[in-house]
Design a protein around this ligand. Structure first.
Ligand code: CBF
Length: 832
């Protein structure tokens, strides 16, 4: 046995119930500093998390050591967001010791649920993009891929959403208030990051022109590492998050002048860099602090990547063979200019060599076509904040345009579209163009989205570089989104097909045959019902509303955004409400409309939609004439933890965005995997979900992306005509506009009605309304037949294997990153 694992160390690694129990008691006393009688739930959570963390540390070090020993090519996933949620159940589940932990806690008189619930939800992301990054971390570790996540350790995650009088109110999300037991602070891993200042030209040792960035402000980036436990516990990767620290010299300078307050103020200002996650999803604020955050974490990560590379290499030509850097959206795209700066200014490479290396190292994922989300920083801002980078961007641009000009045949319009600088109005740097140009591969996140990238935002680039754009349809990790979130269904699946599906979701296809097995259907329904009861209890706790477990749970959970069309769902809700009131003797299929999602604090329309949902809920839920046939609930503070309760309980999954506007969606995948039937447009990954689950097992409605495009281009769409021809839509809109849901302020919803009528209904809510109602009716009709509904639900679960993020990261690994699994050498003992 390795000497490391003697005596107490054996205890630290033991995974049986007794060993766990003993370590809990030891940790409680010696690390948390509490006596069992005085310990709170939070103390126990910290205790258990620390004891679990102990059990991964040796394996983590083995993994890292193996990467070094093999000098393996690593992939670095640079993301401004990692929506990781809670980690306790995830770690226990990936280590395979959930039951052991439960029993150990039981012996101490504690409930596992209470302990799990004491963990804050790490909300270091807004929505899909951040959660995708978290799923990729899980998949990379579970596939044995040498993958590192790099991001920011925000002190405040995405705001906590509460409803006050039906309005969204934002509160700070203080997830670090009581410390974070999962992370290791690395005060010795510090990198300087500069801002402002000016660029000085000089002659280098061989007389060539060179540049240095001087008189800049400096901030330090300090690393915090969180182990990422792969399934089975074989590979433990690292998520490295940067926290801003003021430099010492900076403070001391002011102290010496006696300017204590100034020093403190400067310290606070520099540390603000990692204070808060910007609450934007697919919209950009244009704030300087945001640009500084992007540069801060990108620069620190690149310095760290080069440091690691230089431990094995003395020159840079091998960098692309040892490091793949994936840009999660344009947020880290400034990294392209930064790597050029590091290579050219600090390591004295020739420009062309540095450019070759940079391009071969970076790859870029685009996550949206929404124009407002394509980052474009004012030139004057980059010039001031990152003066050297602005020069580098100009040079990249000049070289590119010169080369292109030769072939462009005088097509100046094309050249100006390809330029990194948008010259219309205030001059801006197009970060999408920079990311495209500086990457060897560029991908979209669903087949449709990738096609639209080629036809729209990147059409000119695609013509210029026809091999660069590729598709990588998103995926979700089955560990968190089925095994962990839905124990009832995952246990049922495992009893029937074994547990191979957990690490290879394609095996879930073996359930297809079971759709025709009446006993299996009954068991599948039982699992769903158990989840629905759990959600009903959660709804009651959160909103005070009692809902019928046997109603259709019709679920729309996602960020609040006009293109996601929560309004379409609300209009259908009102229309259904009217029908139920008009026909009280009909035996209706009871419906519970479940909404959840946050609106960006400055997005007034989205916040008004939240208020409308709450107002509609107030009227509908208290109207005795619809009995319990219709309930509307808007759950507050949607986050990963809430999603884990809501998704397994859904019957119907609302994926109703205007076609062409949702890049992929991943909630759609989680819901279908958990046996919800999708009602959706042919948008994003819905298109591929339909191909996989089969057109008979999904409710598709509405215009296609092409039809949307044509209709918008024709300029002939008149929502007033559509409304006039659809009495139920007209009535619903009239009720909103005359104050039926807002008697206290009858004009409250004027902006919504205006947007849907004279505003031209940009998101085509009215245009798709009739077909949406038809699809809803079809769903309700099917729900009357539980056997047929369950058959289709099973076929959804069984056919979602392809949407595992394991498949997605393997595609990236093979086609973009060229990285391969490494099998860590664990020569110690005591780990199963
Ligand atoms: O690719 C992941 C997700 O990213 C978004 O959330 C984004 O932030 N741009 C898109 O809106 C989603 O469609 C996509 O699934």
């Amino acid at each position: 046995m390795d000497a490391r694992y003697k005596s107490r160390d054996i205890e630290r690694r033991s995974l049986d119930v007794d060993g766990l129990k003993r370590s809990f008691l030891e940790w409680l006393v010696y690390s948390v500093g509490k006596d069992a009688r005085a310990a709170t739930r939070r103390d126990w959570f910290h205790t258990v998390a620390l004891a679990v963390r102990d059990r991964v540390v040796d394996r983590w070090m083995d993994t890292t050591r193996s990467y070094y020993q093999e000098d393996a090519k690593r992939v670095y996933y640079l993301s401004l967001e990692f929506l990781i949620g809670r980690l306790l159940t995830n770690s226990l589940s990936n280590l395979g010791i959930v039951d052991e932990c439960r029993q150990a806690l039981d012996r101490l008189g504690l409930s596992m649920e209470d302990v799990v619930d004491a963990e804050p939800d790490a909300a270091l992301g807004n929505g899909g993009l951040g959660r995708l990054a978290a799923c990729f971390l899980d998949s990379m570790a579970s596939q044995g891929l040498p993958g590192y996540g790099y991001g920011i350790r925000y002190e405040f995650g995405l705001f906590e959403q509460r409803f006050e009088n039906g309005w969204q109110v934002e509160y700070p999300e203080q997830w670090l208030q009581f410390g974070n037991p999962w992370e290791f602070a690395r005060p010795e891993v510090l990198y300087p990051v500069q801002f402002y200042g000016r660029v000085e030209e000089f002659r280098d040792s061989v007389g060539d022109r060179a540049y240095r960035w001087v008189d800049a402000d400096r901030v330090l980036a300090m690393a915090y590492d969180t182990p990422v436990v792969g399934y089975g516990g074989d590979t433990i990767n690292t998520l490295r998050l940067w926290s801003a620290r003021a430099t010492r010299d900076f403070n001391f300078g002011h102290f010496n002048d006696g300017a204590y307050m100034k020093a403190v103020e400067q310290k606070i200002l520099s540390e603000n860099l990692s204070r808060v996650l910007y609450p934007n999803d697919a919209t950009e604020t244009g704030k300087e602090l945001r640009l500084k955050q992007e540069y801060f974490f990108t620069s620190a990560s690149l310095q760290d990547i080069l440091r690691r590379y230089l431990q094995h290499h003395t020159t840079f030509e091998n960098l692309p063979n040892k490091a793949a850097i994936q840009l999660n959206d344009t947020h880290p795209a400034i990294g392209i200019a930064e790597l050029m700066r590091l290579l050219v200014d600090q390591h004295a490479l020739r420009w062309d060599d540095a450019w070759e290396i940079t391009r071969a190292t970076f790859a870029y994922t685009n996550h949206t076509l929404l124009p407002e989300a394509l980052e474009a920083w004012p030139v004057r801002m980059i010039e001031r904040v990152l003066p050297r980078h602005m020069q580098i961007i100009y040079e990249i641009n000049a070289k590119f345009l010169n080369r292109t000009k030769a072939r462009a045949d005088g097509d100046n319009a094309r050249l100006s579209r390809l330029s990194l600088i948008d010259e219309r109005g205030e001059r801006r740097v197009r970060m999408g163009n920079l990311a495209f140009l500086g990457s060897h591969k560029v991908n979209g996140v669903s087949a449709l989205h990738t096609e639209l990238m080629k036809q729209t935002v990147f059409a000119d680039f695609h013509e210029e570089f026809p091999d660069r754009i590729n598709n990588k349809t998103n995926g979700i990790t089955p560990r968190r989104w089925l095994k962990q979130a839905n124990p009832a269904l995952s246990e049922l699946i495992t009893t029937r097909i074994g547990e191979g599906w957990i690490s290879d979701l394609s095996q879930i296809a073996a359930l297809r045959d079971k759709a025709d097995d009446v006993v299996f259907r009954e068991e599948f329904r039982r699992a769903k019902r158990k989840n629905k009861k759990r959600l009903a209890a959660y709804i009651a706790r959160q909103t005070g509303e009692e809902v019928l477990v046997d109603s259709i749970f019709d679920v729309q959970v996602k960020r609040m955004h006009e293109y996601k069309r929560q309004l379409l769902n609300v209009l259908h809700t009102i229309a259904l409400y009217n029908e139920m009131r008009d026909n009280p003797t009909v035996s209706w299929v009871p419906v519970t409309k479940v909404f959840a999602g946050k609106a960006a604090p400055s997005y007034h329309m989205a916040k008004l939609i939240i208020k409308l949902i709450n107002d509609v809920a107030k009227v509908v839920n208290h109207d005795p004439s619809v009995h319990d046939n219709l309930k509307v609930v808007l759950l507050p503070n949607y986050n990963v933890t809430a999603a884990e309760i809501i998704i397994p309980a859904a019957d119907l999954s609302e994926q109703i965005s205007t076609a062409g506007m949702e890049a992929s969606g991943t909630g759609n995948m989680k819901l279908a995997l958990n046996g919800a039937l999708t009602i959706g447009t042919l948008d994003g990954a819905n298109v591929e979900i339909r191909e996989h689950v089969g057109p008979d097992n999904i409710f598709i409605f509405g215009m296609t992306a092409e039809e949307v495009n044509d209709l918008r281009a024709s300029g002939g769409f008149n929502p007033r005509e559509v409304i006039a021809s659809n009495p139920s839509l007209k009535r619903a809109l009239d009720m909103i506009s005359t104050g039926a849901f807002s008697p206290d302020d009858r004009n409250r919803y004027h902006p919504i009605v205006q947007a849907l009528t004279d505003g031209g209904d940009h998101f085509l809510v009215t245009a798709d309304f009739a077909d949406y109602c038809r699809a809803q009716e079809a769903a309700m009709h099917l729900y009357r037949d539980p056997e047929e509904w369950t058959r289709k639900a099973i076929l959804n679960t069984a056919n979602m294997g392809w949407f595992s993020s394991d498949r997605t990261v393997n595609e990236y690994a093979g086609e973009v990153w060229d990285v391969h699994p490494v099998h860590p050498n664990h020569d110690g003992e005591g780990f199963r």
